[in-house]
Design a protein around this ligand. Structure first.
Ligand code: FES
Length: 183
């Protein structure tokens, strides 16, 4: 069983409804229901659902007639697999040498404090996930963080605050003009 070490992590449950089962069944069919193709199956499942919820692992264990323990053993060996629902925005902080020398650790600490989560976790409102990575290939911009596909370089604490504010503002539901003045 995979558990989160933090109560700040999203606890929203994954629903294994008929639609999800159909998608899983298609993925298993593509891999001929063959446990030898387990890694490919897990990759396809993650592409489809964005992470590997425990209910999916249990379901495919039955379908493939192998133990959940075995599936978790394989999946946890590869860092590409995620077991916690990612946030709407995934923040990646580079901890490569160039970024490390220019303060990546304090950048990560600032983000962690601001979001109230550690790396590998998702905020309770599902807005952000925090990850650390090694060299994003743009060392001249160190220290670097990436949010989804957007690269932010020469990061400072003030910049972090400004950028997070922007994403939080965008996430707030817009007040409709027609409804704004209704009594
Ligand atoms: S070390 Fe951070 S981008 Fe290369």
């Amino acid at each position: 069983m995979v558990t989160s070490s933090s109560n700040k992590t999203s606890t929203k449950d994954f629903k294994l409804n008929s639609n999800a089962k159909q998608k899983i069944s298609k993925i298993l069919e593509t891999s001929n229901h063959d446990p030898k193709n387990l890694i490919r199956i897990l990759q396809d499942l993650q592409d489809e659902f964005h992470y590997l919820p425990e209910k999916i692992i249990s379901h495919i264990a039955k379908e493939l007639k192998i133990s959940e323990h075995h599936i978790f053993g394989v999946a946890t060996f590869y860092s590409q697999f995620k077991f916690i629902k990612p946030g709407k925005h995934v923040i990646r902080v580079c901890m490569g040498t160039a970024c490390h020398v220019l303060g990546a650790q304090s950048l990560l600490d600032n983000l962690s404090r601001d979001l109230g989560i550690n790396t590998g976790e998702t905020t309770i409102d599902d807005l952000f996930s925090l990850e650390s990575v090694y060299c994003l290939g743009c060392c001249a911009l160190a220290p670097v963080m990436v949010i989804d596909e957007d690269v932010y370089g020469s990061m400072t604490a003030a910049k972090v605050n400004r950028i997070l504010r922007k994403y939080r503002k965008e996430a707030k539901p817009k007040q409709s003009k027609s409804g704004a003045n209704k009594k």
